[in-house]
Ligand binder design. Structure first.
Ligand code: BV8
Ligand code: ZN
Length: 252
């Protein structure tokens, strides 16, 4: 049974924020960011591959990695965690969903106005002129040697297309970051789902909510936080914990 202060906070929430990381998509079969380098990619470090320098050095390798991940997303389905988050929004007065993920599984589960702090796999843009391609990308084809894939060219300037994600060393979209920080400061309850909380400035979000007096719940199989007066931890997979939370709080 959820602790009663948490049940009360859920049922009386004026403004609920849900903040997600790669763990919310794990049960859809999308490798988490730290695991995204399984198999063929295991000898790469995400923090070096997810950078503009890596793309400049070897665009086909980086594009191949993202197309492999985009293909995994196309083959995946939203899981019960994504669906429970979409349903939660219907039970509170104000709801904000902030994600670090670059997949579209929240949207495919019915969530709207999702704040993507780190961009999206679905919106490539030109590395040179930043324009988006006129036509959406064809479904990812299998990278040739299992890895490399030449990025398509921009129809406007001939530059290479790059994934529409925020790489390490790149600024986050200001509008998204401001909206996320504003929601964190105003909410009365924030649920942080499936994130290791190591990447900044996104990792600030739960701390901002806590410092502003909100209650914070972490949902993660790993121990990512110490429970405190206004901080709770649900140790388990989001696909099980979130539907159960929804049932206990709203009978949904
Ligand atoms: C910035 C998009 C200003 C791409 C990502 C040196 C130079 C430059 C910058 C820095 C530097 N040192 C530090 C920094 C800042 C840097 C940073 O924080 N680095 C870290 C590594 C220390 N940040 C940046 O660079 C940011 N920009 O600071 O700009 C600036 C500009 C110039 C110079 C200086 C500063 C940009 C960061 C954005 C990077 N892009 N993603 C892509 O996806 O390829 S981040 C990437 O990791 C993911 O998007 C995700 O957001 C992030 C964290 O991963 P998680 O989502 O938490 O996933 P993870 O795998 O880590 O954990 C999964 C969790 O799920 C685990 O806890 C697991 O237990 C749990 N789990 C597993 N199964 C389940 C589950 N939970 C629930 N249910 C389950 N079933
Ligand atoms: Zn261009």
């Amino acid at each position: 049974m959820l602790p009663s202060p948490l049940l009360t906070a859920l049922r009386s929430a004026r403004h609920l924020v849900v903040f997600t990381g790669a763990g919310v998509s794990a049960e859809s079969g999308i490798p988490t960011f730290r695991d995204a380098l399984s198999g063929l990619w295991q000898r790469f470090d995400p923090a070096t591959l997810a950078t503009p320098q890596a793309f400049r050095r070897d665009p086909a390798l980086v594009w191949g990695w993202y197309e492999w991940r985009r293909m995994k997303v196309l083959q995946a389905q939203p899981n019960p965690a994504h669906r429970a988050i979409a349903e939660l929004a219907r039970h509170v007065a104000e709801f904000t969903l902030i994600t670090q993920n670059v997949d579209d599984l929240h949207e495919r589960a019915g969530s709207q106005d999702v704040i993507h702090l780190h961009g999206s796999l679905q919106q490539p843009r030109c590395f040179a002129c930043a324009r988006s391609p006129a036509a959406p990308l064809a479904p990812a084809d299998e990278p040739e040697d299992g890895r490399r894939l030449e990025p398509p060219r921009c129809t406007h300037c001939g530059g290479r297309l790059r994934p529409g994600v925020v790489w390490f060393g790149e600024n986050l979209p200001a509008a998204a970051l401001n909206a996320a920080f504003d929601a964190a400061r105003r909410c009365d309850l924030l649920i942080s789902v499936g994130t290791s909380g190591v990447v900044y400035p996104a990792a600030e979000v739960p701390r901002l909510a806590l410092d502003a007096g909100a209650m914070v719940l972490h949902v993660n199989p790993q121990a990512v936080a110490q429970p405190g007066e206004r901080e709770f931890v649900l140790r388990g997979p989001a696909g099980a914990e979130l539907p159960e939370l929804l049932r206990q709080a709203f009978g949904a």
